[in-house]
Design a binder for this molecule. Structure first.
Ligand SMILES: Cc1cc2nc3c(=O)[nH]c(=O)nc-3n(C[C@H](O)[C@H](O)[C@H](O)COP(=O)(O)OP(=O)(O)OC[C@H]3O[C@@H](n4cnc5c(N)ncnc54)[C@H](O)[C@@H]3O)c2cc1C
Length: 350
């Protein structure tokens, strides 16, 4: 049933006050055959953890709540806690179809509880499984695209389709779902777990945290624990302090730009992208521009991770936008680099 003037304040992790002109909870694939789905809604909403909402969201908001976790090949899942006798690294691959409305972190727990591996570095990311391919979620050296077998979509005006990874144009925090926002609604994702026994422990502080935990032989579970500890020490819990995680993308710049900056800032970190480009940490740039912990009214750059803009309580989307534009201007002034928003801006002010 479509509801009107539906409040979205509790449906976005920034806790910004916003109202959907019309709102529909999508709980059943059958609903997609309604003539309303011939055209793209204004907003396809998952967990609202990558959005910057202004006061009013005109048109229809479709809140994806499609559930279900099932093996793609015939068979049943092992019960949680049943660890494979042969050891985690001998597990054969398994492909799982997960409904778009399933909570991402709960699904990661589902896999870890069975001793499976592949998603351990992506633990504790808020949001839904259906939104994971949209910006190709990534953390600690892993990206969801590495595990995607297929993305099931509803293409407006066309109907159901299955896209293979090559059709999805995955890139750094990017995909065609992001670049063509009015085209697809993701209904389910097939994810491949196990099968290639590699654990990624070299990124960020994972190895240091494993050492601190006295873990000599890492497992998926202990890597997930290390990532959890690191994330909890750096990122604010959105339940208590509204935010949308990394507000900006890490800028990718030509090598020559990096070399020029390094002459002034020898300690500037950089991660190679290819022979001609490097990725710079946006958080470092914001910090070095003197904005870490800076607050304008109810909005600020978080004191433990400058890349996270936070709502200290009562901020509007317009205020978050204004503060983020201030951050962009200061960083551009100091480094000549334009920070690009990672979060999606939506709606209009009253
Ligand atoms: C504290 C915190 C930490 C975070 N850490 C990370 C991180 O480490 N790595 C990372 O990559 N991201 C991170 N994020 C960002 C966010 O969690 C992810 O982008 C997540 O995938 C968004 O999921 P969501 O369901 O909340 O999507 P929403 O915010 O609801 O939507 C995001 C975009 O996806 C579209 N969308 C949502 N569902 C569908 C669907 N079913 N079909 C089509 N389009 C859809 C929306 O229209 C919108 O454009 C973090 C956010 C927070 C608050």
């Amino acid at each position: 049933m479509i509801q009107t003037n539906f409040p979205l304040t509790n449906y976005n992790t920034f806790r910004l006050p916003a109202v959907a002109e019309r709102y529909l909870a999508l709980t059943d694939l059958q609903q997609l055959t309604d003539p309303a789905f011939q055209r793209a809604p204004a907003l396809v909403l998952g967990g609202g953890s990558n959005l910057l909402l202004l006061e009013q969201v005109p048109g229809l908001t479709v809140h994806v709540q499609l559930g279900g976790v099932a093996p793609v090949a015939a068979g049943a899942f092992p019960a949680p806690g049943r660890r494979p006798a042969a050891g985690w690294h001998r597990l054969p691959p398994v492909v799982v179809r997960v409904g778009a409305g399933v909570d991402w972190n709960q699904f990661v727990r589902f896999t870890l509880d069975r001793g499976w591996y592949g998603l351990e570095n992506l633990t504790l990311i808020p949001g839904t499984v259906g939104a994971a391919p949209v910006q190709n979620i990534g953390a600690y050296g892993a990206e969801v695209a590495e595990r995607i077998e297929a993305v099931h979509v509803w293409e407006y005006g066309v109907g159901p389709r299955t896209l293979l990874p090559d059709d999805c144009e995955f890139g750094y925090r990017d995909s065609r779902f992001k670049s063509e926002p009015g085209r697809f609604l993701i209904t389910a994702v097939d994810l491949r777990l196990n099968g290639d026994h590699t654990l990624k422990t070299s990124y960020g502080a994972i190895q240091t945290e494993l050492d601190r935990l006295n873990v000599q032989q890492p497992t998926p579970e202990t890597v997930a624990l290390a990532v959890t500890n690191i994330r909890r020490s750096k990122l604010p819990d959105w339940f208590f302090l509204g935010n949308s995680g990394s507000f900006f993308k890490n800028p990718v710049v030509p090598l020559a730009v990096y070399e020029k900056l390094r002459a002034t800032y020898p300690e500037l970190p950089a991660y190679p992208v290819d022979a001609a480009q490097v990725k710079l940490p946006a958080g470092w740039l914001i910090d070095r521009a003197g904005l870490k912990g800076v607050r304008h009214g109810a909005v600020g750059a978080y004191q433990r991770q400058a890349l996270v803009m936070v709502n200290y309580g009562g901020a509007s989307g317009r205020e978050v936008l204004a503060f983020s534009e201030h951050v962009q201007a200061v960083v551009h002034e100091q480094f000549g680099i334009t920070l690009e928003r990672e979060v999606r801006l939506l709606g209009k002010t009253a």
